[in-house]
Every structure is written in C-alpha cells, then in structure tokens.
Ligand binder design. Sequence first.
Ligand SMILES: NC(=O)c1ccc[n+]([C@@H]2O[C@H](COP(=O)([O-])OP(=O)(O)OC[C@H]3O[C@@H](n4cnc5c(N)ncnc54)[C@H](OP(=O)(O)O)[C@@H]3O)[C@@H](O)[C@H]2O)c1
Length: 262
Amino acid sequence: MKNLALIGTGNLGTAIIEGILKDKSLNPSNIYATRNHIEKIGHLAEKGVNTLNNNVLAAKKSDVILLCVKPYKVREVLTELKPVLTPEKLVISVATGISIADMEAVTGKEQVLFRAMPNTAASVEEAITCICGNSENEDNKREVSQIFDHIGKTVFISEELMDAATVIGACGIAYVLRFIRAMIQGGIEIGFDAQTAATLVSQTVKGAAQLLIENGLHPEQEIDKVTTPKGCTIAGLNEMEHQGFSSSLIKGIKASYEKIGK
Ligand SMILES: NC(=O)c1ccc[n+]([C@@H]2O[C@H](COP(=O)([O-])OP(=O)(O)OC[C@H]3O[C@@H](n4cnc5c(N)ncnc54)[C@H](OP(=O)(O)O)[C@@H]3O)[C@@H](O)[C@H]2O)c1
C-alpha cells in the first residue's frame, strides 16, 4: 500500500480509515490522518495510524491525498498543500459540490484529481461511492477505487452525473429510510410493536436489495415471483400505485435534483 494522507478525519474520514484497517494485509503506519482536534482520533492512533494536526507534513509523506474536510474548506486546504503537491501525487476530494475545475484552479491542471461521492452507509461498509476524475489512467483509477472498496462498492461516472449521483446515493439513503419508517408505521397498524416491526422491515428491505444484487434481475421480475393472481400482494401494490407511490418518489428525486443544481 502506498502512503495515504487523510486530511480532515471526521465522520467520513474515520469510516474510511476503519474500513481500510479491517484489511489486515495493510499497514496502519502507511496512513497519516489529520484534523485539528487529534485527541478525537486517539482510537486510530492506538491502532497504529499516524495522527497529526499538520496537513503539509501528512501530504509530504504521502502518495495519495484524500480530502475529507467540509466543502467550504477545500480551497483553503489545497492552497495550504500546494507547495508540497507534485504531479505524481494523487489528490481525491469527497467534498460535495466542489468540482474538478474548482480544484484545478488552485492546483493547476497537471495535478491528478479525483472526486468521490460516498454515502453515510460508509460507516457500515455498505456505501456506494461514485467517482470521477481528470485522469483516465487505469492505475490511478484502480488506486482510487481500492480506497473506497473498503467502505462498500464503487462506480466510475462522468463528472456531469455527480449531482445526480448525490441525489440517488446520498439523498437516497433518506428516501429509503422514509420508506422504511412508513412500512414500520403500517406494521404497527396491523399488530406489531414498534421494535418488532422495525426488525421485520429492516431485514425485509435488506433482503429485497440483496435479491437484486445477487440475482441481477429487474425489480419487476422479483415482484412477479410474489404476486399471486387475485392475491393480497398485488392488491396492496396496486392501491399504493393508485395513491401515487412511484410517481411521488420520482417527483421527489427530480425536486432534489433541481435543488442541488441551484
Ligand atoms: N458523511 C458522509 O457520509 C459524506 C458523504 C458524502 C460526502 N461527504 C463529504 O465529506 C466531507 C466530510 O464530511 P464529514 O461528515 O466527515 O464531516 P466532519 O465530520 O465535520 O469532518 C470534517 C473534519 O475536518 C476537520 N478539519 C476542519 N478543518 C481542518 C483543517 N484545516 N485541516 C484538517 N482537518 C480539518 C474537522 O476536524 P476538527 O473538528 O478537529 O477541526 C472535522 O473532523 C464533506 O466535504 C462532505 O461533503 C460526506
């Protein structure tokens, strides 16, 4: 493993490092994790990660620099790091809404730059991370995806789709959770206590997702398997559609997308 500087080790940065550390073939001493309050990442230091409050030193020591600070801090941090950036160093940002062009304005176009958009499921290693960059070099792309493979799955997309990826991946977690909440409420109405309903619904949603992931079928093909003619599933599904189920979801996705573009 090359040396990795993780600049801004907060929620997401910590989840990424914890994901990496589960791979026992990797050496924690190859990671340089920074933040201002390094006492808050003492648990990472105990595992052998270098923790420091010096971004420049971390970047100097590293081949890959992962920026996990808030979006409004990216320009400031890149400006601070610029004197130690070399064309061989690979810079990745997870900051929402900060484009490759925004970063190139600080670093110059010769710097290899990537953006990555994971979601909050990173902390349970089930994120989907959408990645784009200014380099088509396969070694660079592999290097970036290997980092995010530790917190879930990765997919390369074009930068124009990064806002759409934010809606489906990051906002998507909230849409699915709202769906789960509604299903729990329905479960309570038909007799379950809240805790049991939550257990049933969470596992049912996980199972449905796993069916698609493992079988690779279209959702409707899996739905066909559980809809008996004149049965209760199709009666419930059709009533949901009469009430605008799919339509409201699609409209919500479009509303989020319109908002993000403003
Ligand atoms: N959370 C997610 O699942 C998620 C998903 C997609 C994208 N993102 C993006 O990920 C980034 C981080 O999000 P987060 O939720 O992890 O935020 P966060 O918990 O606030 O982490 C940001 C960290 O940056 C540190 N920091 C601030 N100024 C710094 C500086 N000058 N040098 C070094 N470190 C500094 C802060 O540490 P101190 O408090 O010690 O200063 C803080 O721990 C954001 O840009 C966000 O858009 C997050």
